[in-house]
Each structure stands twice: as C-alpha cells, then as structure tokens.
Design a protein around this ligand. Structure first.
Ligand code: COI
Length: 443
C-alpha cells in the first residue's frame, strides 16, 4: 500500500528528514491500531515493510525499560557543585533516559485507534517522536566535555523542533474526539504532556548546567548567582511570581478590551521564597489570572461582549472600576499555596465538570474560551501560544490552559483545585511542594 501525505505542509519543517505520514484513506474499523510507521528519509513508505518490523523491534527494547524518575531536590543537589565529571555523568543520564521516555510515548500513539492515527496533526507529532527517538538512541556514550557540548546542541535542536507539539496534539485530539472516549483522551493527553515536561526538564537542565559550567562569571555560591541552578531557581519569590504574571495579563487585557483591568492584590505570606522551575509556576499563575481578569471584566461589563468580534474597538467608560482579584500566599511546613480569588461570576454549573478535560467538543470549546486562553505571553505559555497561532484557526480556542496548568501543578507533587460559586466568582488553589522531594509525576 502506498501512502501519501495528508497534510500538504507536512514536509516543510525538515524536508529531507521527516518520516512519511500515515495513510490518506481510512476504510478500516476504529479498533485497528495506529499504523506503525518507520522512519525513512525519503519518499513514500510501505507500512509493514521489513524495515518497519526491524524498527519496532528496536522500539520494544526501549519501551520495555522503565524510566528513572528524579526529584527537584536531586537536580538541585547535583547541580550545586559541578565538576566536569559530574556534567558528563548527568549528560549520560539524560542520554539514556530520553530515548526510553520517548519510546513509551511512541507506543501510546501506536495503541490509538487506527483512524485517530490518520489525523495529520497527530501524525506529525508521531513522526517527530520517531525522528527524535532515532536520533537520541544513536548517540554514543559521552566521554568528554566536548562530546557533552555536541550533545547539548543536539537536544537544543530537538527542543526547537518539538515546540509545535502541544498545539498539534490538542488540535489533533479535538478533531478526533468522536473516535475516543473522554477518559481515553484525557489519559492520552495527560500522559503525553507529563512525559513531554519530563523530557524537556532533563534536556533544558543539562543545557543550562553546561552553560553555567562554561560561563566564567558563574558562581556556585548560591548567594552570588541569585539562587539559579540550571533552570531551577532556589529563591523564587512568591510575590514576584504573582506580580510578574499580573503585569502581563493586565497589560494584555488593557489593550484587548480598552479598559483598566481589575487590580491584582497579593496578601498573606508574601515574602515566601521557594525552590522551583519558575517557568512552571508562572505558567499556572498566568493561566489562572487570565481566566480571572477576563471573567471579572466580562461579568461587570457585559456590554463588552455584545460586539465581540473586535472587542478592542469597544470604548468603555475608562473610569469603570472592577472588583480586585486577590492572590493569597500561604506557606505551610511542607507546602506552599496560592489562592486566586475573583468575582468574575464563577463557572456555570453545566461547564464545571469539564474544566479539567482535554476532551470538550468544539462547541464547548467556544464557550470555554471565556475561561481559557489566547494572547502572547512569557516563557512556557508564549512558546505554546506562538505555535498555536500557526496551527489553530483564529476563531478557535484550544481550551487547554486549565488542564495544562493542572499537569504542571501535579508534576512535582503539587496540585490545582478550583471552587466555583456560580454567579459570583472562583477560588483557585495551587499547591506547590516546598521540599522538592517528590519524584516527577509521570502517571
Ligand atoms: C519534546 O519536547 O517533546 C521532547 O521530547 C524534547 C526532547 C527530545 C529533547
């Protein structure tokens, strides 16, 4: 059977090296498995070729291995006093972990129903994963710092290639939602996203440690380097995190709605500091504040929605005052909490059961748009949204901000909960473990 590309843009990213996509035509039952493609550099391919068989045998060898999860504390302790030997050691740990972690996820793709695998967005991610797997598994053991530098270049390129993954996955899964149950979708997406975070943390930490090592100005004395160890900050300041995210979201809505957005107040134990990957906590707080600010503006200025095609053209009373949003910081013996409280009208009872789901159908997505995302932003969210713009039609929201935030919160053993008073507002609780002693949450 000759297969051709479903997606005309399929080969634009890396024309000489992208694996062929799955079949264009689907006349099979949905219980059949995803086509197990092989990576070949050129042209069309035959599924079930000897090459394909051989490559899946190799995949088996990796997918049958268990992964070695780490804790934030291990990363911190390890990175505290680097030596060349330690950099090479961690380079080799990352080198052996990445192909195993990605092999498990390739297997997940193969276990999807056949028809789902024909979706071009999912096929694109599947092929990116195969490409990465093939590249990663062939890296020989790292013996010198120069080899480690080359290794960092390889993973830097892979990190860049994989920026498209989240919007592609979310789009693909949304398009296939009639072929999968809500639980199947959520299980697949949660596993994919956790694993992706884990691979990126390992890769980014190795790159950052290597950069620290080569930086003559870098000091391993934590009091002199603002507490940075690779991508981890040992001195994250709770207040600063909230204020940074508030500034970005307020500035966005100021332009979008042409109003002075609600104030974001921070109270409680505002001076708390903690060790974390700032990108992770900022993503969560940013998403929650976006929902809150948008909810407050829309509840207290309903007219803003009436000509909603270009709300920024709306001229509202500039003097209009909105009820503030309060972020309360509470630091317990083992955990740190952020409570984000707004008076944005709450979440309608009929939508509440779906807020954590990646599985809402497109109609729901349009309603959920109110609580989720669009816009441009820093770090983690910016990377997702920048690529989202190329992949997702402008009138559609992926609606993944909340479930993604939960994945981030739970990743290092914390959590995210939302309590809604329908008609009044929302209280969102983010829990972060302060001791850094919980292993990555990959299940
Ligand atoms: C990802 O971002 O999905 C990755 O797997 C990156 C890793 C291959 C370095």
């Amino acid at each position: 059977i000759q297969y051709t590309s479903l997606n005309p843009n399929f080969r634009t990213i890396s024309p000489n090296n992208v694996a062929p996509p799955p079949p264009t035509t689907v006349n099979s039952s949905t219980t059949q498995s995803f086509p197990q493609t092989s990576i070949k550099p050129t042209g069309q391919y035959r599924a079930y070729s000897p090459q394909h068989f051989y490559q899946n045998r190799i995949l088996d060898q990796y997918a049958s291995q268990s992964i070695n999860p780490i804790t934030l504390r291990q990363l911190i302790v390890f990175g505290r006093n680097l030596t060349e030997e330690r950099i090479i050691k961690s380079g080799n740990y990352v080198r052996s972990e990445l192909p195993v972690r990605i092999a498990h996820r390739i297997r997940d793709f193969q276990n999807l129903p056949f028809i789902v695998g024909t979706n071009p967005h999912l096929a694109r991610v599947y092929d990116l994963y195969w490409l990465a797997f093939e590249r990663l598994r062939k890296i020989p053991p790292i013996r010198t710092i120069e080899e480690n530098n080359e290794w960092c270049e390889t993973i830097k390129n892979l990190l860049k290639d994989h920026l498209v993954v989240i919007p592609q996955l979310a789009m693909g899964i949304m398009e296939c939602s009639e072929h999968l149950s809500g639980e199947q979708i959520d299980r697949f997406m949660n596993t994919m996203l956790r694993s992706r975070i884990s691979r990126r943390v390992l890769a980014e930490q190795q790159i950052a440690l290597t950069e620290n090592w080569h930086d003559p100005g870098y000091s391993y004395d934590q009091s002199e380097n603002d507490g940075w160890i690779g991508v981890i900050s040992t001195h994250c300041e709770a207040k600063e995190v909230v204020e940074k995210c508030a500034k970005m979201t307020r500035s966005f809505y100021k332009t979008y709605y042409n109003v002075e957005p609600p104030q974001v107040l921070v109270d409680g134990q505002v001076d708390t500091t903690f060790a974390y990957i700032p990108d992770h906590i900022e993503y969560i707080i940013y998403e929650l504040l976006k929902n809150s600010i948008r909810g407050v503006i829309e509840k207290h200025s309903p007219s803003i929605l009436s000509t909603s095609q270009s709300p920024s053209k709306q001229m509202l009373e500039s003097s209009q005052l909105f009820p503030s949003i309060t972020v309360t910081v509470c630091s317990g013996p083992t955990d740190l909490y952020f409570r984000v409280s707004d008076q944005g009208g709450g979440i309608p009872d009929k939508l509440y059961p779906y807020i954590w789901s990646f599985a809402s159908k497109s109609n729901d997505k349009k309603i959920l748009h109110k609580f989720t995302n669009f816009s441009k932003v820093p770090q983690m969210a910016a990377r997702v949204e920048e690529y989202e713009r190329h992949i997702v039609p402008p009138d559609l929201s992926l609606g993944i901000g909340l479930p993604m935030s939960k994945v981030y919160a739970e990743y290092w053993g914390g959590g995210l909960n939302i309590y809604s008073l329908d008609g009044y507002g929302v209280d969102a609780y983010v829990k972060i473990t302060k001791l850094g002693n919980r292993t990555e949450n990959l299940v």
